[in-house]
Write a protein that binds this ligand. Structure first.
Ligand code: ADP
Length: 254
């Protein structure tokens, strides 16, 4: 039986890779299955639903519309607002930690700042654009899955963007670099680095990190992220293409 040991020094020595396979059977650079649907909330200007492994997240975009309160309006462009929230049942063993928190404030902020880099907000002075992200089920990587879904919802709302954005976490578990960390890898691995990248320019729009990594490891990880973000972009583009197809579509089912 695998022995689970978490040392007090902050280093987490847990066997997460056995014979090149991860706890969920994936190879080191394999993404979890991703499904994205666009236009799932008829009342919203744009929306999306993402299932990424066991993560389930819904995103609604409203605007550009009147900025409230009005003193928050900018004559230079739209004010982008983002609210990320976990549902009380999103992560069963941790249900008491849902709702507004320092973590949800932080995630709302980093998602907003990443997207501000690509949205052409200057075209809509004195307005606001709101992004609401609700995590229905969480299994590690909700900030990257949320960002990926929000980019699709914004495109679905017709908000002009200079580039599309995809995001994924890379990290180190059992001394091995892995892409798209699941919850055990996120919580018990040695290092975790969520990254958002623009599709065409390959600019880094979000980089966070915990744990310890060398310069060489970070460089390898950025290559892994680039390849993964290209794969994720294909799923995003497919979701958007499908919604604008004219032939009879399968109705969206939750
Ligand atoms: P991310 O979801 O972007 O990986 P964290 O690294 O903070 O963000 O969290 C890893 C995972 O731990 C989450 O996806 C979720 O499954 C769980 N988790 C973290 N914080 C909470 C919380 N407040 N309530 C419920 N689950 C949480």
């Amino acid at each position: 039986m695998t022995e689970w040991v978490i040392s007090l020094g902050g280093t987490k020595d847990v066997q997460l890779i056995i014979d090149g396979k991860r706890t969920d059977g994936r190879t080191l650079d394999e993404l979890r299955a991703i499904r994205i649907e666009a236009g799932v909330i008829p009342e919203a200007d744009g929306s999306s639903y993402i299932e990424w492994g066991n993560n389930k997240i819904v995103c609604g975009v409203y605007g550009p519309r009147e900025c409230i309160p009005r003193h928050g309006a900018s004559p230079y462009g739209a004010t982008l607002k983002c609210r990320y929230m976990m549902s009380p049942f999103s992560s069963l063993e941790e249900h008491s930690r849902s709702g507004p928190s320092r973590r949800s404030n932080e995630l709302s902020k980093v998602i907003r700042e990443a997207l501000e880099n690509v949205l052409l907000l200057g075209k809509f002075p004195n307005t606001q654009i709101e992004i609401y992200i609700d995590v229905l089920q969480a299994d590690g990587g909700t900030r990257t899955a949320s960002l990926t879904a929000a980019a699709v919802a914004l495109a679905n709302a017709g908000i002009p963007m200079k580039d599309m954005v995809a995001a994924v976490a890379v990290g180190k578990a059992s001394e091995t670099l892995v892409v798209d960390l699941n919850k055990p890898e996120d919580n018990l691995g040695q290092s975790d680095m969520p990254i958002a990248m623009s599709h065409r320019d390959k600019n880094l729009l979000l980089v966070q990190m915990d744990g310890l990594l060398t310069k060489e490891e970070i460089s390898k990880m950025l290559d892994m992220v680039e390849k993964s973000c290209d794969e994720i972009h294909e799923v995003q583009a497919d979701a958007l293409r499908r919604i604008y197809k004219t032939e009879q579509k399968e109705p969206f089912r939750w």
